[in-house]
Ligand binder design. Structure first.
Ligand SMILES: [Zn+2]
Length: 463
């Protein structure tokens, strides 16, 4: 009823809230200033609605069928329009969206959406895909680490003035691509784009894009054992927008849910080591959804590990100090520990973050602003991008492009790089997914990221 701006009628946003529900407890305190007035307004409005109507305004019970019919029609429309129901009038839009958000999603589409689409359009939804066979040399162990909320230009290894990553700076095995740009500024949006190798333009055809092969399909087809380390959900529960088709491809899911949560990334180091040692004789594709530094920042590192104190007393100074401490703990410490335990022989590691942060005192959101009626800053798309490998050929090429094209890369080049490491043919990969990290970015190339959610987004340019 309070949804006068249609903000909560967006299916993707409802899904996002559901996906990120693990953070609810922490975020209530953070957004208390916005939540409390809304609760008050809704209480007052509810009170008005519950007041008995004067008898002359009352209708017979038969009229109760009218709103029910409206909900039914709106639900039918979901099937017909494949969920693009933002423009639906209230309250039907809200009810229909809530309903559709809980429909089982199969391979990106719920059964009802897929059947409805195929029935109405006479087309077959793309679900099967012909894969080329991997032909090239492969790297046996591929580790893809997706961090959470790490802003690329807030790392001293990328010239940030606060020295929050001193050990990364002196790590000569690090191949640093500088500050990269993510696909989107919101976790689920960006991560799904990433796992499906989406490029600019695919977002507008979201349902089709998430029916195409994901990174798991390529890994499995390439003969890799697909292992997923998750720091958010229990072993049988998938977050981050995973489709059932993706989860079916995963051979093993390992959940790291230590409490306090800042211990999880430390534990992940050991889990990576043990997983690769156990699979020493097989090909492994290991995808890590790292815990990272999601806001609020103060509880993302142990208090006794505080290094930086605020430069001033403003809220933003305090936030930045907490953030630098969280980065030192969650990124610098993580890589230092990983370096001690992990051999990079026959191994390629790629690291980035799902999106950056606003780190601004004038903007209410730390990320996920939609760029339409909310201001989006470039920092929400700035992410780190590193690689590590002892593979001579691959390492040499990566070092060359990292130095020649420093600060000109984005998430879009990572997916094709993973495919090349799995042995898929260079020309085929390039035609389908564009440049990889083995290509020097074309001069004058402009980077951009999507803001908000797939149904309400704007492309934000960063260069
Ligand atoms: Zn995120």
């Amino acid at each position: 009823m309070l949804d006068l701006t249609h903000e909560f009628s967006e299916r993707e946003k409802i899904k996002m809230f559901w996906e990120e529900r693990d953070l609810a407890r922490a975020m209530v305190g953070f957004y208390a200033a916005y939540i409390y007035p809304d609760v008050l307004y809704s209480a007052v409005l509810s009170l008005i609605f519950f007041l008995p109507l004067p008898e002359r305004f009352c209708l017979s019970k038969r009229w109760a069928l009218v709103p029910l019919l409206g909900v039914g029609l709106a639900t039918a429309e979901i099937v017909y329009t494949r969920g693009i129901i933002e423009a639906f009038p209230l309250p039907t839009g809200l009810s229909a969206n809530l309903l559709s958000a809980f429909l089982p999603v199969g391979g990106g589409w719920s059964w009802i959406e897929r059947s409805g689409y195929e029935f109405m359009s006479g087309l077959k939804a793309e679900r099967d895909f012909l894969f080329p066979a991997p032909v090239g040399k492969t790297i046996d162990h591929i580790i893809m680490i997706m961090d959470e909320s790490v802003r690329g230009d807030y790392l001293s290894v990328n010239n940030y003035t606060v020295d929050d990553t001193p050990r990364l700076k002196t790590d000569t095995s690090l191949i640093n691509f500088g500050v990269a740009v993510s696909g989107a500024n919101c976790s689920v949006f960006s991560r799904v784009m990433f796992r499906f190798g989406m490029r600019e333009g695919d977002v507008e055809n979201w349902q089709q894009a998430i029916n195409k092969p994901s990174i798991w399909d390529y890994a499995k087809h390439g003969g890799y054992h697909a292992i997923y380390i998750d720091t958010w959900r229990s072993p049988f529960n998938y977050g981050n927008g995973f489709t059932p088709a993706e989860s079916q491809k995963i051979d093993k899911k390992i959940s790291v849910l230590d409490d306090p949560s800042y211990l999880r990334d430390e534990k992940v180091v050991n889990v990576i080591k043990q997983t690769l040692e156990a699979g020493a004789n097989e090909k492994i594709f290991l995808y890590v959804d790292k815990f990272g530094v999601h806001s609020p920042y103060y509880d993302k590192y142990p208090r006794e590990k505080t290094i930086f104190t605020p430069e001033g007393s403003a809220l933003i100074d305090i936030s930045r100090a907490h953030y630098a401490n969280a980065i030192a703990w969650s990124v610098d410490n993580f890589f230092a520990r990983l370096k001690n335990v992990l051999s990079m022989d026959r191994t390629l590691l790629i690291y980035t973050s799902d999106h950056g942060q606003t780190l601004s005192d004038s903007l209410p959101l730390s990320h996920c602003s939609n760029g339409v009626d909310q201001k989006t800053v470039s920092g929400e798309g700035y992410v780190p991008l590193f690689a590590k490998t002892n593979d001579e050929g691959f390492g040499k090429l990566l070092r060359h492009t990292a130095s020649e094209g420093n600060n000109h890369f984005s998430h879009f080049e990572i997916f094709p790089t993973l495919l090349l490491a799995m042995g898929y043919e260079y020309k085929w990969v390039k035609e389908r997914y564009g440049d990889s990290l083995l290509d020097i970015p074309a001069s004058g190339k402009k980077r951009a990221f999507y803001a908000g959610s797939p149904t309400r987004t704007r492309l934000i340019s960063t260069d």
